[in-house]
Design a protein around this ligand. Structure first.
Ligand code: ZN
Length: 633
């Protein structure tokens, strides 16, 4: 048993009450066979937490838990039926009973009285999860994978804890910290940063650049001399976009067995994005870089955190996520390194503005020396429209297209813009700004939206209020119609009358949006509206730049497509901060950092914003290229 566990046991008045002590990642779990001690020792445990400053949880030893069948009966009797219990699952190794319900608040009860009653009568630890309002196969699968692997996970989490606490009392004054850019240096796509200290090796984001022309530009540069997958301690994912998360399963394929830290929505959406990506490459007959079992391995090794929950991830790095406002579950990553010696924030992608779905990115941190920021819209003169202007523009496009009897095709990334656009259209229809029309949501976007309905706590205050207090969930509106099969897709293409189609991918790099595009492109009544960042050379970018002739392989032949649809780009729904918002963020970020590093922008954007911020604040700014490294301390 590692020292910290002994130290905790020695601090208890009577350590014979404890039958086992285990790590669950950085958390410490004590088990007891004494039911009175389990139910009445909050004060004792709290006093030990105050001294050790680590999270300690007391659980009943599995030997004293009531049998699962009687427990489930009791739970269903104690919880009111309106709570809508979807499932009751048992994790007997950890004495946890997972209750999935449509209304978690009703399972918890007033001031937690129902939960307390469940605990007292069954001697299990109840954990509540929200059942998504729209049924989600992926969430069922993910929760299933985690439960099937209870035994493995218990051992895995204990091993991680042992590694974290191996050295936990030693102070390192001679500490150095170094970060290398294995992707996202002066480019958008394949974000991947590699952080090293004498004790830790950690990856921040690990994505794929799907728009890359050459294969070697698609993936993070893992053959950098400093990187060795066998020495990697942890992976941290800021959010669930392909260019930030989609390469993680490959790490598991290559033998990585450590943890990936992310929020619950990021875990679920990332898994779906990776599955979708290998589905598309399979259809296109290209080589798979990994299989669904590698995606399963990612889920199996995931450790989820809520915003502002502090956790140790290695002996000298403490991680905290903060809201990034970019997509559901997106996080700014705060790392406290060497017990406060150096504090780093990596923004991944962030939005310093309230969106229709999310609240604005957090800008206050306990400590901060180095800030690593995205710079997608860092270049002067490339500012997108405001949200209001963008909404008006979209409304105008929809109304004109309706008048022509055409269809509006909106290629989107599965998560983020898609749900933002759905909320805007729902509002326009509900408020009578546009006539009611069907909005076809392609399968992948639908599945993403379903995941959104499992995590309403991550939405901004306005949407939360509509869902929790007015029972008005915009995603459940009857204007949204799911399109699954190819047959249904063709029915949408052939249907008479106006409609809106929302489909992936956002840059026409693959997926259903390309199929719709091919079918609708030659009819000038239709409109196509891009709302995402459009990478150079993608079909979408070429369309935006005025190209109107495209060649697609059709069997052995080449098919030439003459584009006659109305093409529009609206960048104001972006989940990224505009140039002004980037500048405002630096003004407001508290405390003020000593150094700012810009990544995730085309070279001109990174360089432009780096020089602007340097002039404004007289602090060191950098815009590293890929494979450059910076010593932070
Ligand atoms: Zn993103």
């Amino acid at each position: 048993m590692a020292d910290i566990l002994n130290e905790i046991l020695n601090k208890l008045p009577d350590k014979t009450k404890i039958s086992d002590a285990q790590f669950e990642g950085a958390n410490i779990i004590l088990y007891t066979k004494d039911s009175d001690f389990f139910l009445n020792s909050n004060g004792i445990i709290k006093s030990v937490v105050d001294i050790i400053k680590k999270r300690i949880e007391l659980r009943p030893d599995p030997a004293i838990c009531l049998d699962p069948e009687t427990t489930e009966d009791l739970i269903r009797k104690l919880v009111p039926t309106e709570a809508g219990i979807a499932s009751v699952l048992f994790d007997p190794q950890r004495s946890i009973v997972m209750i999935e319900a449509e209304k978690p608040g009703l399972v918890i009860g007033k001031q937690g009285d129902i939960l307390r009653e469940i605990k007292r009568k069954t001697l299990w630890v109840p954990v509540i999860q929200r059942a998504p309002a729209i049924k989600s196969k992926i969430i069922e699968n993910i929760r299933g994978v985690l439960f099937e692997n209870n035994d493995y996970r218990k051992k895995f989490l204990h091993k991680i804890g042992k590694q974290i606490y191996e050295d936990w009392t030693s102070e390192k004054q001679d500490m150095w910290i170094r970060i290398s850019f294995l992707g996202a240096g002066r480019q958008v796509g394949r974000s991947c940063l590699f952080l090293q200290t004498p004790n830790s090796k950690v990856l921040l984001d690990c994505g794929i650049n799907v728009a890359a022309q050459e294969k070697q530009d698609m993936y993070p540069i893992l053959d950098a001399p400093e990187f060795n997958i066998e020495e990697l301690d942890a992976v941290i994912i800021g959010h669930s976009h392909t260019d930030h998360c989609a390469f993680v399963p490959y790490l598991y394929k290559m033998g990585y067995k450590g943890p990936v830290y992310l929020t619950e929505p990021t875990r679920d959406i990332s898994a779906l994005i990776c599955l979708d990506m290998i589905g598309i490459t399979e259809k296109e007959g290209r080589n798979q870089i990994y299989s669904s079992s590698d995606i399963k391995a990612m889920v199996k090794h995931s450790i989820t955190l809520n915003y502002e929950e502090v956790t140790d991830i290695t002996p000298d790095i403490r991680l905290t996520f903060y809201n990034a406002g970019h997509v559901l579950g997106s996080s700014l990553i705060h790392l406290n390194i060497g017990n406060g010696l150096h504090n780093l924030v990596y923004t991944s992608d962030f939005n310093y503005e309230v969106s229709n779905l999310l609240s604005m990115a957090n800008a206050k941190f306990p400590r901060l020396e180095t800030l690593i920021m995205e710079a997608t819209y860092g270049e002067k003169g490339k500012e997108p429209l405001s949200r209001k202007e963008s909404e008006d523009y979209l409304k105008e496009i929809i109304m004109t297209t309706i008048k022509r009897g055409g269809k509006v095709l909106m290629p989107v990334m599965g998560t983020g813009r898609a749900q933002e656009v759905m909320i805007i259209i729902e509002k326009m229809v509900r408020e009578g700004q546009i006539e009611k029309l069907p909005v076809y949501i392609q399968g992948m976007v639908w599945d993403m939206t379903a995941i959104h309905t499992a995590y309403p706590d991550f939405f901004n205050a306005r949407i939360k209020k509509a869902i929790f207090h007015k029972d008005q969930n915009p995603f459940l509106s009857d204007i949204f119609i799911r399109v699954g099969s190819r047959k249904e897709m063709m029915e949408v293409v052939e249907q008479k009358g106006p409609c809106i189609i929302v489909a992936t991918s956002g840059m026409l790099t693959g997926g259903a949006s390309v199929e719709y595009f091919k079918n609708l492109a030659d009819d000038p009544r239709h409109s196509i509206v891009f709302t995402s960042y459009l990478a150079p050379n993608s079909i979408a970018r070429r369309l935006q730049d005025g190209e109107r002739e495209f060649v697609f392989p059709q069997g052995n032949k080449q098919e030439v497509l003459h584009v006659k649809v109305d093409v529009h780009s609206i960048h104001g729904f972006t989940g990224h901060s505009t140039r002004n918002q980037l500048i405002n963020f630096v003004y407001n970020v508290d405390p003020r950092p000593k150094r700012i590093i810009f990544v995730h922008g085309e070279a001109s954007s990174c360089l432009d914003i780096a020089s602007t911020i340097h002039k404004l604040h007289k602090i060191e700014t950098l815009a590293p290229k890929n494979l450059e490294a910076v010593r932070l301390r």
